[in-house]
Design a protein around this ligand. Structure first.
Ligand SMILES: Nc1ncnc2c1ncn2[C@@H]1O[C@H](COP(=O)(O)OP(=O)(O)OP(=O)(O)O)[C@@H](O)[C@H]1O
Ligand SMILES: [Mg+2]
Length: 382
């Protein structure tokens, strides 16, 4: 090859270094995404680009940015881009590179790693008291009863309801730097409230809250989990946003009551996923009706809230959001929760337990592969 071609190659490399990955916001050359860039005798540059995940939605943006940058290099007559996908090892390397770049070492959250096979469900609601914690503990117990390895994070700073509802009131223990979660009914449980108790609420906001959640999620030793359920505080506050950043692969499970007003706020909680790019796995309507002794159903909180939320989210998100189930009112739901023995275990034949069990069946799917899953990285500078 002659000398001028070599110069063009250098100029092409320099041009590629000006292109940032739109998500990570660092040069694609730094991120190990450019596998090769060859300048042909005809002046056509062939770039082989490794995407962090297959089906990367930003692929076309990368294509146009690279074409513009490289196409502007004198001597280049055309740009051809071939897309490949990083291997899990390459992604891992990329992550540690991003982590190592900063002054402090980032705590590693196992569920956000590219190799993680844990399905993470964040149970969210627009308003309080709709039965989010009850649904969470019952799904957890039902999934564990199906032989899955299950963990629950009570992400409500003020609430200890989840450990109590599961009868896991033991204190977490510390081994070296790891926190060992108490276990009950085959479910490992940890409550953020166990670690923040006694601190003024104002302390746990914004960046500090974010750091605390990150450390917490990194320090708890869960072992290999099939499913991790997060009971979020009601609404769309700091915790929900932080968790979305820390666990971008979490799928959102929206809980609502049949009431129109509750449904409206539940919708807002679900629609947050548009900003966080999280999948909404479905809607659960709780307190749907009360079965009277004569067998008729009394619709204490009205009707249709769950279906309305599911339809509305399907429309706004543009992907099917199913109504996963309707759980009737039953005093035994509360009694079982108060006794630390979820109704799916205490009264498995009751209609409420049956409804919760059917939802668990639909969620009891192992994560098959990473393809199409977010990488779990925050954009730099946040
Ligand atoms: N299907 C049901 N039938 C009867 N009682 C229920 C049902 N679901 C929940 N409850 C009861 O309603 C109350 C509120 O439920 P829960 O604590 O699960 O709601 P939550 O959404 O987690 O509330 P918070 O916003 O305070 O965290 C509890 O006393 C619980 O036992
Ligand atoms: Mg709760």
């Amino acid at each position: 090859m002659s000398a001028p071609v070599h110069t063009v190659e250098e100029a092409v490399q320099a041009a590629l270094a000006t292109v940032d990955d739109p998500e990570i916001r660092r040069p694609i050359t730094d991120l190990g995404m450019v596998r090769s860039a060859l300048v042909g005798d005809d002046g056509v540059v062939r770039v082989e680009l490794l995407l962090t995940v297959a089906g990367c939605p930003l692929r076309e943006k990368l294509r146009s940015d690279i074409t513009a940058a490289v196409g502007a290099v004198p001597g280049v007559t055309g740009v051809e881009i071939e897309f490949g996908v990083m291997s899990p090892e390459q992604r891992q390397e990329l992550q540690s590179k991003l982590r190592g770049g900063g002054a402090t070492e980032e705590p590693v959250i196992p569920f956000a790693q590219p190799g993680s096979r844990t399905r993470v469900y964040a149970v969210a609601s627009g308003k309080g008291g709709v039965g989010k914690s009850s649904v969470t503990v019952n799904l957890a117990a039902a999934l564990a009863a199906r032989g899955l390895s299950v963990g629950v994070v009570d992400a409500d700073i003020y609430g200890h309801s989840v450990p109590r509802m599961l009868g896991a009131d033991g204190r977490p223990t510390r081994v070296e730097d790891m926190i060992m979660p108490p276990q009950s009914h085959g479910v490992k449980v940890i409550s953020i409230g166990m670690f923040t108790a006694g601190n003024a609420a104002v302390v746990w906001r914004g960046p500090m809250l974010h750091r605390a959640l990150q450390q917490f999620l990194a320090d708890v030793y869960w072992g290999e989990l099939d499913v991790l359920l997060l009971d979020l505080p009601p609404g769309t506050g700091d915790v929900a946003i932080s968790l979305a950043q820390l666990l971008p692969n979490a799928e959102i499970l929206v809980v609502t009551t049949p009431q129109a007003a509750a449904a409206e706020v539940a919708e807002r909680a679900g629609a947050i996923s548009l900003q966080t790019h999280q999948r909404v796995v479905g809607v659960i309507e709780n307190m749907s009706w009360l079965e009277l002794p004569d067998g008729t159903r009394m619709e204490v909180f009205g009707a249709g809230g769950g279906a309305a939320v599911a339809e509305s989210l399907t429309r706004t998100i543009g992907a099917e959001v199913p109504l996963l189930g309707q759980v009737p009112l039953d005093t035994r739901v509360r009694e079982a929760g108060d006794a630390g023995n979820p109704i799916v275990l205490a009264e498995p034949e009751s209609p409420a337990a049956q409804a919760l069990g059917r939802v668990a069946d639909r969620l009891a799917v192992r994560r098959e592969s990473l393809l199409g899953k977010p990488l779990g990285l925050k954009p730099a500078g946040r």
